[in-house]
Ligand binder design. Structure first.
Ligand code: FAD
Length: 110
């Protein structure tokens, strides 16, 4: 199987890029499409333990981790929280989600 770290970095680039190009206000159809993508992605991601943990994080019984897909702002924030959940699990530093858009869409200003 591909290297878990290299696969992870590349995949986060794809996932955050999907939020960066998501509509500022998503139609019902666009939300449905992204919901299907996330459902399939979280089954097919070729690091099985990663995929399983990601699915159970999304399915937290409180409902607090359900994908928020109404807008780019909501979805970008949600993806950042999802990534932070993995960062926590791996003992990595959490990312300040106020900056997700600078990191993945508009570019750092400095
Ligand atoms: P990465 O975590 O890959 O991050 C890449 C870049 O994203 C960072 O340099 C930073 O600029 C930016 N970034 C960091 N945090 C955020 C954030 N919250 N929001 C926005 N941008 C951010 N690895 C395992 O060993 N076990 C697992 O169970 C596991 N589960 C994973 C589940 C998923 C869905 C994915 C996509 C990956 C998973 N990985 C897992 C891989 C892991 O998350 C990392 O990708 C890998 O360890 C490489 O880490 P990294 O330090 O290079 O940075």
């Amino acid at each position: 199987p591909p290297d878990v770290e290299e696969l992870g970095r590349s995949t986060w680039t794809l996932l955050h890029s999907l939020t960066a190009t998501y509509p500022t206000r998503a139609s019902a159809e666009q939300q449905t499409e992204m919901r299907s993508f996330l459902g399939l992605f979280s089954k097919l991601y070729p690091c099985w333990v990663c995929a399983e943990d990601f699915r159970s994080w999304i399915a937290d019984p409180s409902g607090k981790n359900q994908p928020r897909l109404s807008s780019r702002a909501e979805f970008g924030q949600w993806m950042c929280e999802a990534h932070n959940a993995v960062n926590r699990k791996l003992g990595k530093k959490e990312f300040d989600c106020n900056f997700w858009e600078e990191r993945w869409r508009t570019g750092w200003k400095d």
